[in-house]
Design a binder for this molecule. Structure first.
Ligand SMILES: [Zn+2]
Length: 98
């Protein structure tokens, strides 16, 4: 869904439906967020699949929030558990210095 809205603030923000409000010129583009795992109909995420998990942590190694990634609540719970499992097995970092 794309909707044009008059500019209100210059800061990047989110409305209460989780839509990202981006600033572009004098207009704000609202883009609907979707869960990439629901889109691909993924049921369980493998802890060895580091290419996918790497995108869900910050550069400091923290688990990114639903607000940032657009993941649904069900998949976010699975992801949190899987990342913690991968951390315990030293496949992923607990923390990382930049
Ligand atoms: Zn989902």
């Amino acid at each position: 869904m794309m909707r044009m809205k008059k500019k209100e603030k210059t800061k990047k923000r989110y409305d209460r439906f989780g839509k990202k409000i981006e600033e572009k010129g004098s207009f704000i583009i609202m883009r609907k967020k979707y869960c990439r795992f629901c889109k691909d109909k993924v049921k369980d995420i493998d802890y060895k699949n580091l290419n996918v998990l790497e995108k869900l942590i910050s550069e400091r190694g923290k688990i990114l929030s639903r607000r940032n990634t657009g993941t649904c609540a069900r998949h976010q719970r699975i992801i949190a558990a899987v990342i913690k499992r991968a951390r315990f097995l030293s496949l992923m970092p607990y923390t990382r210095y930049i």
